[in-house]
Ligand binder design. Structure first.
Ligand SMILES: NC(=O)c1ccc[n+]([C@@H]2O[C@H](COP(=O)([O-])OP(=O)(O)OC[C@H]3O[C@@H](n4cnc5c(N)ncnc54)[C@H](O)[C@@H]3O)[C@@H](O)[C@H]2O)c1
Length: 330
């Protein structure tokens, strides 16, 4: 079986490609390398170019008429950039995805898995996030993702597509076999900031220590990127039962366990042996307490459950930092 992975040279798409290969599925990658890296294409068939390029899409399907499913991970993903440059984000994430869907329909590919995000949700009082919550994204980035879900819902009905939106929470870690991981040396998420603080011997500033969480610090759901990747394999394998022609389905992919900032600091100390001191600070404008996923729907649909722990994610992130220069050649 073949799958087309748009954005397959990026962090998550390349992990999905590895999980496909391990499961006997052939990944065909289409990526414009805007943030993806060529080193992640080693051993994979790839087309370098833009997802909106109709000539390229026709060529991909001419060469591989047996592509069964397209997994659409191609996007710009930096929330603050999306605030500064909303038009770029709407063009890259929405307008180009419309072209992509058009090209897929024209080429007869009617099964799509879309990389969506927890950023389509608003803040909840209970902190638990399930798929019944209405979309209430708080950034242009989140809105591009919510918009594309609507576009896919309408396209499913109009063109008989099966469209499955998988809403990822906060991915951490790397392929346990270290074929791929985060391209960036210094990720800005909490784990990235902790690693940097440990390396430089500086304290971690914790903005907001009076949230309605068990220790007052913000709470997030960190899911191992390999668990995310495995979910796609399961969804590909069971696609028609999960998402029959004409249907749009959305499912959360998270660990299901909230992790506060202080709990992450503790888990990091446990795994790395380095206890990073914390410096409490006031909340920043626009910050939210956060939340965590219910993933029962993904389990009911395609039998997925997260299997790797927070500690596994931290350990694999640290192992990847060691392996990264040799994989990326820098
Ligand atoms: N990383 C996260 O925290 C996170 C969380 C939730 C959802 N997601 C979603 O997962 C997907 C993958 O994210 P990631 O973390 O791997 O990001 P990434 O930047 O590593 O990967 C995105 C990939 O898409 C490619 N791309 C972008 N625009 C393209 C275009 N027009 N044509 C062809 N290729 C294009 C990039 O070159 C890159 O390889 C995105 O859709 C993102 O919105 C990511």
């Amino acid at each position: 079986m073949k799958v087309l992975i748009v954005g397959g040279a990026g962090y998550i798409g390349s992990s999905i490609a590895s999980a496909c290969l391990d499961d006997g599925i052939t990944p065909i990658v289409l990526d414009n390398l805007s943030t993806g890296v060529e080193a992640f294409l080693t051993g994979r068939e790839a087309y370098i170019g833009d997802m909106a390029d109709q000539v390229l899409l026709d060529k991909v399907f001419h060469d591989h008429p047996d592509i069964a499913v397209t997994i659409h991970c191609g996007a710009l993903i930096v929330v603050p950039d999306s605030v500064r440059e909303p038009l770029r984000y709407y063009r890259e994430n929405v307008a180009k995805s419309v072209e992509l869907v058009d090209g897929l329909v024209r080429n007869g590919c009617r099964r799509i898995i879309f990389s969506s995000t927890a950023a389509v949700y608003g803040q909840t009082d209970s902190l638990v996030v399930d798929e019944s919550l209405p979309a209430a994204p708080s950034s242009p980035y989140g809105r591009t993702k919510a918009m594309l879900e609507d576009i896919l819902r309408d396209s499913a009905e109009a063109f008989g597509l099966g469209a499955l939106a998988l809403r990822y929470f906060n991915p951490i870690g790397a392929d346990p076999r270290l074929r791929t991981g985060l391209q960036t040396r210094r990720p800005t998420h909490l784990l990235g900031r902790l690693i940097e603080a440990a390396e430089t011997g500086t304290p971690l500033t914790v903005t907001g220590v009076d949230w309605p969480t068990r220790d007052g610090t913000g709470i997030r759901d960190y899911v191992h990127v390999w668990d995310l990747a495995r979910a796609h394999v399961a969804a590909v394998r069971g696609f028609d039962a999960v998402c029959p022609p004409g249907s749009f389905v959305a499912a959360n992919l998270g660990s299901g366990a909230g992790c506060t900032v202080l709990e992450m600091v503790e888990a990091f100390a446990e795994v790395s042996g380095v206890r990073v001191p914390v410096e409490p600070a006031a909340r920043r404008k626009g910050d939210v307490p956060g939340g965590y996923a219910r993933w029962d729907r993904a389990h009911a649909l395609f039998g997925w459950r997260p299997t790797l722990t927070l500690q596994d994610g931290i350990r694999d992130a640290l192992r990847w930092i060691e392996a990264r220069p040799s994989v990326l050649g820098d």
